[in-house]
Unconditional design. Structure first.
Length: 249
């Protein structure tokens, strides 16, 4: 993978840039928590990023998923089935991961926006990378407890519905970091904006909920944002959430 793909945000916390989606690797000694898994087509990059940090898939204690869109859930079933790694999501997102329903932008919705700069190249990449593949999970699990999870990094799930009903961000209080998935990003191929923002509205299951969830993110004590799309954002996460709210109108 390219040299700048792995960014150290803090000791034991790394953001990895996949083809168009990020994932996060949390380490504590020899143990690992993986947050999100990119597109199905990012699988070799996921494995390579673990290896680059000196870890094998067998070292992964759990996979945490922010939400069950294909570009975040892509290799979760593979990692679960091949290595026996538990995969945890918010309880409202578990049936989504099983594909009992699908809250994901449709091809028709994308084509209606194809005139916008960046949309068509992004759509072609998404299809090539497995954006429409069947990535349903057989054994996704709800979080085993409330509060900090007993996993490397001690991540704290925070329910932030709107992008999907069970979307969660993960707060790392000791590091002052929020892993924000798609609830708050710093860039996207379909957006001309740079810096903290919501994704374009076509990607959200419920836009009003996505806007409301910015308030939950704003309340988290952190000064580093690790988004699902875009680069690391350094600065008060409170201000990042406020900026996204202002841009969304």
């Amino acid at each position: 993978m390219r040299e700048d793909a792995i960014v150290e945000a803090a000791a034991g916390v790394h953001l990895v840039h996949g083809s168009n989606t990020n994932w996060v690797i949390l380490t504590d000694g020899d143990a690992v928590t993986l947050v999100d898994t990119g597109y199905p087509g990012d699988r070799e990059e996921v494995l390579a990023s673990l290896d680059a940090l000196g870890h094998s898939p067998e070292a992964v204690s759990a996979v945490l998923i922010t939400h069950a869109h294909n570009d975040h859930l892509g290799s979760a079933e593979y990692l679960s089935g091949t290595f026996g790694i538990p995969v945890y999501l918010h309880e409202a997102e578990v049936p989504h991961a099983r594909r009992e329903f699908l809250h994901q932008v449709s091809v028709g919705q994308v084509m209606r926006q194809a005139w916008r700069p960046g949309v068509l190249p992004w759509a072609l990449h998404a299809i090539k990378s497995g954006g429409t593949a069947d990535v349903r999970m057989t054994r996704p699990e709800a979080f085993p407890a409330e509060g900090p999870l007993d996993l490397p990094g001690r991540p704290v799930p925070v329910h932030t519905p709107g992008h999907t009903p069970g979307h969660c961000v993960y707060h790392l209080p000791d590091s002052g970091i929020v892993i924000s998935g798609d609830a708050l990003v710093s860039g996207h191929p379909t957006s001309r904006i740079r810096g903290p923002q919501l994704l374009p509205a076509m990607f959200d299951a419920e836009r009003a909920g996505a806007l409301a969830s910015l308030g939950r993110i704003e309340a988290l004590a952190a000064d580093v944002l690790l988004p699902g799309h875009g680069s690391v954002h350094r600065g008060p996460v409170r201000e990042a959430a406020q900026r996204a709210q202002e841009l969304a109108g």
